[in-house]
Design a protein around this ligand. Structure first.
Ligand code: AP5
Length: 232
């Protein structure tokens, strides 16, 4: 999944994960989970990564890559896999291509969510996350039933450190500089699926799912056509 910070990748990944039973690998979630460990359990590389994250900067490619490689079993999930927040630089995208090739796997599609920056800033500023089960809410767009409490587990909702205005600015700049070039990169591979991220999460999910299904049907038809031609 591609898209600027706060565009709704995590929200959509969660809905897709429920529908497809696919493994959801979010590098941001992996870093945040590491941040909740006791200080003595955090490696120097992880402490450094958490510093970058708090400031809204990208974590160095080598650290991200180590974390992804440790979780490569995810790529073998029977329901498939959803990569959310990774890759985020051209170097990461190239490493991912190599990994996929060595594992004999292929990416089916790269969904790119599009939304004007003014809407993105409003989404990030109003986001609240459950400290226990990590469900994501929005103060006005997706409010919890009880103020400050998670609907699912009653956990306390908190404002992410990197959702403060100074970090949001740094994140959006990092996206423009380092991540947005991936749109062209994946377009050149014929993998890009653009989805407008306006409307309710359910509407966006339906738009995503419909496009992915149409793409899958086209791919199956193409394969069948090639097989038929070979047979003739
Ligand atoms: P990460 O956790 O990946 O953050 P991000 O990409 O900045 O994305 P967000 O989680 O902020 O937003 P989202 O698009 O998932 O939106 P969400 O669904 O929550 O990464 C965090 C940090 O980790 C990075 O800054 C970096 O430091 C580091 N990092 C991670 N991966 C890295 C990598 N590969 N390389 C280097 N560094 C890396 O939605 C946002 C809000 O909008 C929510 O409140 C939600 O309820 C609301 N919302 C969602 N959909 C809608 C809708 N349709 N209408 C109204 N509101 C909506």
């Amino acid at each position: 999944m591609l898209g600027a910070p706060g565009v709704g990748k995590g929200t959509q990944a969660d809905l897709l994960h429920r529908r497809l039973r696919a493994c959801h690998l979010s590098t941001g979630d992996v870093f945040r989970a590491a941040g909740t460990r006791a200080d003595c359990e955090q490696s120097p590389a992880m402490k450094e990564a958490l510093g970058y994250m708090r400031r809204g900067e990208l974590v160095p490619d080598s650290t991200v890559w180590d974390m992804v490689r440790e979780r490569k079993a995810c790529l073998r999930c029977a329901g498939g896999f959803i990569l959310d927040g990774f890759p985020r630089t051209l170097a990461q995208a190239k490493l991912l291509s190599e990994l996929m090739e060595s594992e004999g796997l292929a990416i089916s599609a790269v969904v790119n969510y599009e939304l004007p920056f003014s809407d993105i800033v409003a989404r990030l500023g109003g986001r609240r996350t459950c400290e226990q089960c990590k469900t994501v809410y929005h103060l006005t767009e997706r409010p919890p039933r009880v103020d400050g409490k998670c609907d699912h587990c009653d956990g306390k909702l908190f404002l992410r450190e990197d959702d403060r205005p100074d970090s949001i600015k740094v994140r959006l700049e990092a996206y423009e500089r380092s991540t947005s070039p991936l749109i062209e990169f994946y377009k050149d591979f014929g993998l890009l699926v653009n989805v407008e991220a306006k409307g309710s999460p359910d509407d966006i999910f339906e738009a995503t799912f419909t496009q992915l299904e149409a793409r899958r049907v086209r791919q199956v038809a193409q394969k069948a056509w090639v097989a038929l031609e070979d047979h003739r």
